[in-house]
Design a protein around this ligand. Structure first.
Ligand code: ZN
Length: 491
């Protein structure tokens, strides 16, 4: 027990520092006075150096070799620690430092290029980012591994391009067919009219968070430019945003982030400040946020309740019945922007990025040809010509900051959410009646006990399989979409 408890004592302090780091990032996006930026950058760099040194500390190697776990929980802690340690060892320190330096500069250059709608202003920097990411991918993969799989492993341990590719191949024709049927149905969802008071939006947003069981004793909601969730365990916070002409952006960002944050709040307190005391992967995380946002938040049951709250808060906004409100929150409309996409279009956006980023990492597509490749593929899939780079290849921050292998976890999250929804409906059919009264906790309690409380005790896929008592497949998600939108569009 000696080595194991020494190891866990050391790791607990590292985990505590990581929580401090996360809270600094939260503060930077919400509260920090603008003039503090240069000092904050130095503070963050100092903290990162301390954390990095602890990640590769020489004593870790000895402890990891000698540690004998007592039970499954200990074995899971070691699995996570070994994975992190092995990864840190494979990437040379100079390469790591260079990636940090280049991506922090790249983010600003990307933002300027996007504002100027000029891909060429970013392409040289992007070459550097891609080149470094390819080097890192090769270092992680070793001589016989696949570089893209190695990158996927950072966000979704165990996933491979081959398994995801097969899943996406199954999804694609049914998504395309569903989209075509909806667009040719002749039905159009009603749209909101008028201006929506900001304070009222935030009040309804808080009511939604409470309806979904968000724990305000261990979290809070603030405003930020981009909604996100941050922190684990006893302190997990979210942000939201408002738009005077579209309150749905605020409400559904809040519900989505509550899904992420509630996952972190629900992890067993026994795992606090340990490697398994958090969500297990990006895909499983996204399954929680999407489940809250879509399967529950855009359901017929919740639409009735939310419609009432919106009428109380905003008065008349041109939608008078719960049916019409349900149609409005599920409006299927072709658009350029992934983050604004409906449930039908969303995964087509991801499939496009998955194919292009694999080609970039494999060296089959160059940065010079990327914009044309994007535009061609987008027009083929969406029937729309990209009018400017900010509506196309420059829209997302992921690639500019070196996140390759991240996008597919969004679609995987949708697939996982489909599996979970299927199982939940069978086991707690009363969820719908409760949700119609604005009480999502029947559904969220099921998620909490089946999945959220376990943190990273099991690997990502095993976490879902354990929760649903069966295997993972895209079928439940596709059937859910077809059922839901056939009803809404009279197909
Ligand atoms: Zn999310």
């Amino acid at each position: 027990m000696g080595a194991f408890s020494d190891l866990m004592g050391f790791v607990r302090e590292t985990e505590a520092l990581k929580q401090v780091q996360g809270r600094q990032e939260w503060d930077q996006e919400t509260m920090m006075p603008r003039g503090a930026a240069p000092q904050r950058a130095e503070e963050m760099a100092a903290l990162e150096r301390v954390i990095h040194a602890r990640r590769v500390a020489p004593e870790l190697a000895d402890w990891l070799e000698e540690a004998e776990p007592e039970d499954d929980v200990g074995a899971a802690q070691l699995r996570e620690l070994r994975r992190e340690f092995e990864r840190a060892k494979k990437v040379p320190a100079e390469l790591s430092a260079e990636i940090t330096r280049v991506t922090s500069l790249a983010q600003g250059i990307w933002a300027e290029a996007r504002a100027a709608d000029d891909f060429s202003a970013f392409s040289e920097t992007f070459e550097e980012v891609l080149n470094l990411q390819r080097q890192q991918a090769h270092a992680l993969a070793g001589s016989d591994g696949d570089p893209y799989d190695a990158q996927l492993d950072d966000y979704e341990p165990g996933a491979t391009a081959a398994s995801l590719g097969a899943m996406f191949d199954e999804m694609r024709p049914r998504l395309v067919a569903l989209r075509a049927a909806i667009l040719s149905s002749g039905r159009e969802a009603p749209r909101l009219q008028g201006r929506f008071d900001e304070a009222a939006q935030l009040r309804v947003s808080e009511a939604c968070a409470r309806a979904f069981g968000y724990d305000f004793d261990h979290g809070r909601i603030d405003k930020a430019v981009h909604p996100f969730s941050s922190g684990s365990g006893l302190d997990s916070r979210i942000t939201t945003r408002t738009d005077a002409s579209d309150p749905f952006g605020c409400l559904y960002s809040t519900i989505h982030e509550v899904g992420h944050s509630r996952y972190e709040q629900s992890v067993s307190r026994d795992y606090l400040l340990t490697p398994i005391g958090r969500g297990v992967s990006m895909g499983v995380h996204e399954s929680q946020s999407r489940f809250y946002e879509n399967q529950l938040g855009r359901s017929r049951a919740f639409a009735g309740w939310l419609h009432g709250r919106c009428r109380d808060a905003f008065g008349d906004f041109g939608i008078t019945t719960a049916e019409a409100f349900h149609a409005a929150i599920n409006d299927v409309r072709t658009g350029y922007i992934r983050t604004e996409a409906d449930e039908v279009h969303y995964n087509l956006h991801i499939l496009l990025r998955f194919d292009l980023e694999r080609a970039l990492i494999a060296g089959d597509l160059t940065v010079r040809d990327l914009e044309a490749a994007w535009n061609e593929r987008f027009e083929a899939d969406f029937g729309l010509a990209v009018d400017r780079p900010s509506n196309g290849v420059l829209q997302d921050v992921h690639w500019p900051v070196g996140l390759f292998g991240y996008f597919p976890t969004y679609s995987l999250g949708n697939v996982y959410a489909g599996c979970l929804f299927d199982a939940m409906q069978r086991e707690v059919p009363e969820w719908e009646e409760a949700l119609a009264r604005g009480d999502a906790t029947v559904a969220t309690a099921w998620l909490r006990t089946r999945l959220q409380c376990h943190g990273a005790l099991r690997g990502p896929k095993e976490t879902i399989e354990h929760a649903v008592g069966g295997s993972v497949s895209a079928e439940p998600f596709l059937a859910y979409l077809e059922r839901k939108f056939s009803g809404l569009y009279g197909l």
